[in-house]
Write a protein that binds this ligand. Structure first.
Ligand code: CTP
Ligand code: MG
Length: 247
């Protein structure tokens, strides 16, 4: 099966998985609530998404024990809905897709975007929702470093192979697909090979589709470790300065 080329139904919905605990960040709260230039990280992400053209609404998947989301100003925005997420990212995305299934037609285009990626560029979103993109597509970054395959020998990582770099892309989000097709693919992927389902595209690939890769800016990195927060803060500060906002 190849990429689905039929145009998606507009307007589209955005699903934001935000139910993780941020283990690799090692902070005293989930990373989506850590301050970035004085505002929680997730507020930057939601404000960014709310500026995307053609948006119908956002479904945010939050943890069952989340006590912070309801205090955010965005919690009162009628375009923003919440559901309770699950144990893995795919479970959180599925919970949001279930919610959407009662509100949108099966062909509705859905963009899944990590709460931890506040810096996705508007131009890349326009490409992803524009006429050049297939109905199943994702933002990704072509590898710029040489990529090694490794194994562990006597507790030490050693190279077994250098991979052809022009075939390597690092998947980002948003990842876009029609609602019902994405839901079916995630459900069957989680049944058949749960550990292989680390993003929407992996489930769609397992279901036989070939998602289109759209080269995106590397500022769309996922905030994962403490150094990423510093980098994001510097980039957001630069954006503010360019837009003439007070720092
Ligand atoms: N996420 C989610 N539900 C989960 C796990 C993750 O909604 N059960 C969300 C995170 O909140 C994040 C996105 O998926 O916005 C990407 O996941 P990741 O960067 O791995 O975040 P965490 O799982 O929170 O971090 P870590 O893996 O370091 O614990
Ligand atoms: Mg995680």
């Amino acid at each position: 099966m190849t990429a689905v080329n039929a145009r998606a139904v507009e307007p589209y919905w955005v699903v934001v998985p935000a139910a993780g605990s941020g283990k690799r960040m090692g902070a005293d709260k989930p990373k989506q609530y850590l301050p970035l230039l004085g505002k929680p990280l997730i507020v930057h992400t939601l404000q960014n998404i709310l500026s995307w053209p053609g948006l119908a609404g956002i479904v945010v998947a939050i943890a069952a024990d989340d006590s912070e989301f309801k205090a955010l100003p965005q919690a009162a925005d009628p375009r923003i809905h919440t559901v309770i997420g699950g144990a893995e990212r795919a479970d959180s995305v599925l919970a949001a897709l279930e919610y959407l299934s009662n509100r949108a037609v099966p062909e509705t285009s859905v963009l899944v975007h990590d709460a931890a990626r506040p810096l996705v560029a508007k131009g890349d979103i326009e490409k992803l929702i524009g006429p050049e993109s297939a109905a199943i597509a994702l933002l990704a970054q072509p590898a710029s470093d040489t990529v090694k395959r490794a194994t562990t020998e006597h507790g030490v990582a050693v190279v077994t192979e250098t991979l052809p770099r022009d075939q390597i892309w690092l998947a980002q989000t948003p990842q876009k697909a029609p609602l019902q097709l994405l839901k079916d693919s995630l459900q069957s992927g989680l049944r058949e090979n749960p550990t292989a389902i680390t993003d929407e595209a992996s489930a769609l690939e397992l279901a036989g589709y070939r998602p289109q890769l759209m080269a995106a800016c590397r500022t769309n990195f996922k905030i994962t470790q403490p150094a990423d927060l510093l980098l994001a803060e510097a980039l957001l500060q630069q954006q503010r300065t360019q837009q003439g906002e007070p720092s």
